[in-house]
Design a protein around this ligand. Structure first.
Ligand code: BG6
Ligand code: MG
Length: 211
C-alpha cells in the first residue's frame, strides 16, 4: 500500500540517541544546567541549535550568538568523538532487515535525519548504499516537528506524501511525519509516541505488511 518508506536515523537505525544525550549532558553541566533523561526526551529529533536553545533556556545567564555557536561546536566535537569508533556492529537489531524488506517489496527507501553527521554515520554503519535518497540536513530550513524534511524526502523520491510510511523514535519526528500527511510508525513507547499510527519496540519487530 506504500510506495516509499522514510526512516529517521538516530534512535531508529542505530543508538546514537545515547551519544547525543551524553554530549548534551556534559555541555549542560558545564553551563550549570540540570539535564536528565526526561528532558532529553524533548530534544530527540530536534536540530543542534534548537536543542542548545532549549537547554540554555534554563541557564542562569544569557548568551550571545557567538557563544552559542561555540557551545554547539563543542557539543558536536564531543559527539563526533563518541561516535568515532562506530561500525556495522552498532546497527540496531532488525535495521538492515527492515531496509532490505522495503527494497524487496519494491518500495523506495529514504532517510530523513536532521543530523549533520548523518552521512558520516551511514558510512560508518556501512549502509549508505541502501537508500535511494538521503536528505542533506544542511539544506533544510526548518527542523522537526516541521514537515519540511519528510516532504523533501518524498518529493526527491518522486512519491506523494500519502503513499509514504515514516519511521521515527522522537515525538517531534512523529509530529513531522503526521503534518507531512504520511503514516507514522513509532519506535519506542506507545505512551510517549501517542501521535503515531502504530508503535513497535524496535525495527526487529518491523513487519511491512501490518501497517
Ligand atoms: C537528531 C537527533 O537526529 O539529530 C538530535 O535526534 C540531534 O538529538 C539532531 O540534536 C542534530 O544532530 P547533529 O549531529 O547535526 O548535531
Ligand atoms: Mg531519532
Amino acid at each position: 500500500r506504500y510506495k516509499a518508506v522514510i526512516f529517521d536515523l538516530d534512535g531508529v537505525i542505530t543508538d546514537t540517541a545515547r551519544y547525543h544525550y551524553l554530549a548534551w549532558k556534559r555541555l549542560a553541566a558545564s553551563q550549570g544546567v540540570h539535564f536528565d533523561e526526561a528532558f532529553n526526551e524533548h530534544l530527540k529529533g530536534i536540530d543542534r541549535m534548537g536543542s542548545l536553545d532549549l537547554i540554555l533556556a534554563s541557564a542562569p545567564r544569557a548568551y550571545t550568538p557567538e557563544e552559542k555557536l561555540a557551545l554547539a561546536d563543542s557539543k558536536n566535537a564531543h559527539y563526533v568523538e563518541l561516535i568515532s569508533t562506530m561500525s556495522p556492529a552498532d546497527l540496531l537489531p532488525g535495521a538492515v532487515e527492515a531496509l532490505d524488506a522495503c527494497r524487496a517489496a519494491g518500495l523506495k527507501v529514504g532517510l530523513a535525519s536532521v543530523s549533520k553527521n548523518a552521512f558520516a554515520v551511514l558510512d560508518m554503519l556501512g549502509i549508505a548504499g541502501k537508500f535511494d535518497y538521503v536528505v542533506d540536513a544542511a539544506r533544510i530550513a526548518r527542523g522537526k516537528p516541521d514537515p519540511e524534511i519528510f516532504l523533501k524526502a518524498a518529493s526527491e523520491l518522486g512519491v506523494s506524501p500519502a503513499d509514504c510510511l515514516g519511521v521515527e523514535d522522537a515525538v517531534a519526528g512523529v509530529a513531522s511525519i503526521k503534518s507531512a500527511g504520511m503514516t507514522a510508525l513509532g519506535i519506542g513507547d506507545p505512551a510517549v509516541l501517542a501521535q503515531a499510527d502504530r508503535v513497535i519496540a524496535g525495527l526487529d519487530h518491523f513487519a511491512l505488511a501490518d501497517y
